[in-house]
Design a protein around this ligand. Structure first.
Ligand SMILES: [Fe+2]
Length: 271
């Protein structure tokens, strides 16, 4: 594989610029796209951080590191297309992970299972990766193990970069960024399904129409962290304090908010 990081970044930025040109009349979407551009580079930084602090990655070869870095950089390339599609059809929802996968698949130099599969499922439950027939076709091979390691890295790096963004936004009371986390919406009651998923230590499905479910989805990310250094990063970064504070902002019932907070504390102490 030829290493040319600059070309990779230029490609990502060309999708970003195309998006900005398309949605320039919508200041929220322009800001959202700009934030997602910054996020892509932060995920590269977060992924490198994890690899540096986890000894299992110290002996990985150049090819592994290169694939991991490409997966970090491009995991959200489909976000820019999603934003364009949302601009044209505001009521429709699109799966940006799949859009990223489709884009990367069209470039032979990025069409490798290590990159494609970890990008394709970064925003899904991990079971989606395990059920993917392309992943299953690699059963028992060293390549499948490599795919899994890189997929785990992308998932952790994506989450800790988002937790970091939320922390900085709360610190600075940055309303534009907080809006990306639905902070401007009134608190609600979580749905029964989301609450029971959360209280039984399962990942909570994304539900963009219910802000309390959204919070439970963020909380449940903790269940999905794969590496100790990701967890330690969140702990040092004040993420856990942030998350506790948010319960009363997002959940309209005090008793439920307390129950959720208690579960959150037990989930972080058992990590
Ligand atoms: Fe994403």
């Amino acid at each position: 594989m030829i290493i040319d990081t600059h070309k990779d970044e230029v490609l990502l930025l060309s999708y970003f610029q195309h998006c900005i040109d398309e949605v320039s009349s919508d200041s929220f979407l322009v800001g959202y796209a700009q934030e997602k551009k910054v996020h892509s580079f932060q995920v590269v930084g977060a992924g490198n951080y994890i690899m540096k602090h986890e000894s299992i990655f110290h002996s990985q070869d150049e090819d592994f590191l290169r694939c991991a870095k490409l997966a970090y950089l491009f995991h959200d390339i489909g976000r820019f297309e999603e934003i364009e599609l949302r601009f044209k059809n505001p009521d429709k929802r699109y799966d940006h992970s799949l859009l990223s996968y489709e884009i990367l698949k069209s470039y032979p130099q990025y069409s490798r299972p290590e990159i494609l599969l970890s990008v394709k499922h970064h925003g899904h439950m991990i079971e989606a990766l395990y059920d993917d027939e392309d992943y299953q076709a690699l059963a028992g091979s060293p390549l499948q193990d490599k795919v899994k390691k890189i997929a785990f890295l992308v998932r952790d790096a994506d989450k800790i970069a988002n937790f970091y963004l939320l922390h900085r936004a709360l610190e600075k009371n940055d309303k534009a960024i907080l809006r990306l986390f639905f902070y401007d919406l009134p608190p609600m009651l979580p749905t029964e399904k989301a609450l029971s998923q959360y209280l039984s230590s399962q990942m909570v499905d994304i539900n963009r129409t219910n802000v309390a479910d959204t919070l439970l989805n963020y909380y449940s990310w903790i269940y999905d962290l794969n590496y100790k250094s990701s967890f330690d990063f969140c702990s040092r970064n004040g993420t856990f304090k942030d998350m506790r504070k948010l319960a009363s902002f997002y959940i309209s019932d005090d008793i439920i908010a307390q129950k959720v907070e208690k579960q959150f504390l037990s989930s972080i102490s058992s990590q």
